[in-house]
Ligand binder design. Structure first.
Ligand code: SF4
Ligand code: SF4
Length: 296
């Protein structure tokens, strides 16, 4: 029996759970009748590694790329910041041309996977992540009518997904861990959402932050490590993931100066208590308003 499951976006497809070895029938090429149709109604969520590849191809800073080519959206009920590729008013990707994708060599993860959908999950009580695949069959996409058959693994190899999977893996784990930790009390503070945004997408701002004097008073890194972060994006991106783990989940993999940790635990407890009090007061106020409304 086929296993079916919910997918987190609107589509006219019937989701069926697939494995890496499952066979699909699909081919996309410039002579196909629907060429570019998918890029003319693009809804592309970007990952940290997508931003690095695209801003490099365009010769822009990450900050400028984010401003000019992306729009923000909340990825969950806590307002965790996500970004999507900006489109024109009709919904077409700004990178699509008559000849196809103008950033093809560096096209985002979502464009490479299409029409294969994937979802990382973590079952309650498990520390293992699982990835599930499904096939997106939208009526405008004629690639499913083509004769070619291949496995999902072969298709992903053809799309050179490996580098994207490698550089985004830890970021996806951070989001899964955050979700599996359950609901928080109230919305996380704005500073925490901004920190997530900086570490995930704005590598230039992260670089300024990590090379600042303020950072050095908290963390203890080798000078040679700072030199690498000055010059290279990918090691800095991975460091940003570690930093998020340390700040959000208390995983202490980056050496800190003496006393900093204890100070942070105290500060965090104070912030946590304050948020809890605000949330309790808000609920109490809601209850009171409801009952006074009923008594009118
Ligand atoms: S980035 Fe390229 S492949 Fe992706 S939607 Fe835009 S034009 Fe299409
Ligand atoms: S076959 Fe599908 S993926 Fe390829 S251009 Fe047509 S709509 Fe896009």
């Amino acid at each position: 029996m086929k296993e079916e499951f919910d997918v987190p976006f609107k589509s006219d497809m019937i989701p069926t759970k697939l494995e890496l070895g499952s066979t699909i029938q699909f081919r996309c090429h410039p002579e196909i009748s629907c060429f570019n149709a998918c890029c003319k109604r693009a809804d592309i969520t970007l990952t940290p590694y997508d931003v690095i590849r695209l801003k490099e191809q365009l010769g822009k800073s990450a900050t400028d790329f984010l401003k000019e080519h992306t729009v923000p959206f909340p990825m969950d009920q806590d307002g965790l910041p996500g970004i999507k590729l900006r489109t024109d008013e009709a919904g077409a990707c700004l990178f699509v041309t008559e000849q196809g994708c103008s950033v093809y060599q560096n096209r985002p993860t979502a464009c490479r996977y299409y029409p294969v959908g994937h979802m990382a999950m973590r079952r309650a009580g498990s520390s293992e992540d699982e990835t599930h695949y499904f096939l997106v069959t939208e009526s405008h996409c004629r690639g499913h009518d083509e004769e070619r058959k291949l496995s999902i693994q072969e298709y992903l190899g053809e799309q050179q997904i490996a580098a994207y999977a490698e550089h985004n893996r830890e970021w996806l784990q951070i989001m899964l861990k955050k979700r599996s930790a359950g609901p928080t009390v109230g919305r996380p503070p704005e500073s925490s959402l901004q920190f997530f945004f900086m570490c995930s997408y704005d590598i230039d701002r992260l670089r300024r932050f990590v090379l600042s004097e303020n950072f050095r008073t908290t963390y203890q890194l080798e000078e040679s490590t700072y030199r690498i972060f000055e010059q290279e994006d990918l090691p800095l991106l991975q460091f940003g993931y570690k930093l998020m783990r340390q700040v959000f989940f208390g995983e202490r993999s980056i050496p800190e100066r003496e006393g900093v940790w204890e100070q942070r635990v105290t500060q965090r407890q104070e912030v946590w208590d304050a948020r809890r009090q605000i949330e309790v007061a808000r609920k109490q106020h809601e209850e009171e308003s409801r009952y006074s409304g009923e008594n009118l």
